[in-house]
Design a protein around this ligand. Sequence first.
Ligand SMILES: *Cc1c(COP(=O)(O)O)cnc(C)c1O
Length: 353
Amino acid sequence: MTSPVPFRAVVDSLPAYVPGARGADPDAHKLSSNENPFPPLASVRAAVERAASELHRYPDMFATALGEALAARHGVDPSGIVASTGSVAVLGHVLQAFCDAGDEVVHAWRSFEAYPILVQLQGAVSVRVPVTADGRHDLDAMAAAISPRTRVVLLCTPNNPTGPALTHTEVLSFLDRVPPTVLVVLDEAYVEFVRQDDPLRSGAVLAAYPNVVVLRTFSKAYGLAALRVGYAVTSPDIARGIRTASTPFGVNHLAQVGALASLDAEDELLERVDAVVAERTRVLAGLRAQGWTVPESQGNFVWLETGARTTEIAVEAAAAGVLVRPFAGEGIRITIGTPEADDRVLELAAGWL
Ligand SMILES: *Cc1c(COP(=O)(O)O)cnc(C)c1O
């Protein structure tokens, strides 16, 4: 099909973002989008239901209450927080604020599939630095890839879809090699699931490096994927540019209320995160015992290198009631789910070897 009005060339050249599969079978285990397996907390749900009585009003454009609550927990000034329609939208605003046509954005690959799409839509050039054999960012190669055209470097930690997280020491030594006029984005969508030594302490990084933006989301650990709310933490000076590029009223009223209620219920939500982490440990051990080589996942998902058989395996898994996220020719990403779903994954994976 051809559009009657021609698209910009880049639009024709881009792959569409592939959402995780949504099967027709309501009983299928949906392990394709790194969602939280737990339904909303009753307190969060009640707050959102109450907020529905105000649907005829525009939301608070600057999500003031949410920004203040987030600023308090990150120990920054509220002017250093920019919330928007999921952290993917925030990243889009970051690129709009910093990248002109032809500017370069360095990021790992394979990493989050939204990166090259957002970068190229902005007219910038996506410079992809291959991850190592164990799915880690190759920070030496990324530092070497920075050129005079580089405006932004994206670090995805833990890396979606391969799993490993960067350490604090690694990030600091990387930042010391980045010119202060290049922005470094730390995409911490899965930070709550990290359980490794020397974890990245992004608050300390922000305090020491004024060219850093941290991205966080309510979609994963907080289980609010449907509400679409994510945010940047950075210096007020950098935040100003991101805010200028932001979609007006990008965080809707229900999302603001749901996010605030989730912060109030944080202890309960973090217990759920612990349960997912325990399952991750069990699944990783189970897969390795079967003989799989699996990168060290610090997120709520695992990565299996299934190579040429990837598509076939994903189809087979769907037929067996488990929806996974295939990356054709490379591997499949499987979200950690309920113990029942994870048992099913282990059962199936044994047959894929
Ligand atoms: C899921 C995810 C996000 C968050 O997306 P939202 O737009 O906040 O739902 C951001 N970065 C990575 C790497 C992710 O996997």
